[in-house]
Design a protein around this ligand. Structure first.
Ligand SMILES: [Fe+2]
Ligand SMILES: [Fe+2]
Length: 169
């Protein structure tokens, strides 16, 4: 297995771990609102993504990122903080995060050759679900959040930094 594939599995595991915690943070704040079922649906899908990469970390003997404790706290805090601003801000967070993951998975799909077809297909399936999450965010008025552009730009920058760091450490 190439260093590149190890890096992909490490960072995807970290990302899905963080994503599951983002939705957990949102649910902690909005769990008793009409958005609860929607948030739970997305969290459940993130859990499947995470379980899949946890299995790959084990079976393919990839060292997980050392920063999992950080992504636990940062993910939960991001989810809870945006949810505390209101459901629209929570949905804006989802749009920003999921668009970033879409780009990230898209690049990985393009980089994987036919020796890694199963991994590529897994990533393609998950990417479709991340885009579903993005669309859920847009359908729930993410763009009506005050300061939508600034908020999503900040979150995207943070996500990209988290990706770069998790590939290396
Ligand atoms: Fe995911
Ligand atoms: Fe997602």
């Amino acid at each position: 297995m190439s260093d590149q594939v190890q890096k992909f599995i490490r960072v995807d595991h970290a990302g899905e771990y963080g994503a599951a915690w983002i939705y957990a943070g949102q649910l902690a704040v909005l769990g008793r609102t009409r958005h609860a079922a929607t948030l739970q649906h997305m969290k459940d899908q993130e859990q499947v993504h995470l379980d899949t990469f946890t299995r790959l970390i084990t079976t393919r003997r990839v060292r997980p990122t050392l920063l999992l404790p950080l992504w636990n706290i940062a993910g939960f805090a991001l989810g809870a903080a945006t949810a505390a601003l209101g459901p629209r801000a929570a949905m804006a967070c989802t749009v920003a995060v999921e668009e970033t993951i879409d780009e990230h998975y898209c690049a990985q799909e393009a980089a994987l050759d036919d020796t890694e077809t199963p991994l590529r297909e897994t990533i393609a399936k998950f990417r479709a679900e991340e885009l579903e999450h993005r669309d859920i965010g847009l359908a729930n008025e993410a763009e009506l959040t005050p300061g939508y552009r600034v908020l999503t730009a900040i979150i995207k920058t943070g996500c990209k930094a988290a990706i770069r760091i998790s590939e290396r450490i």
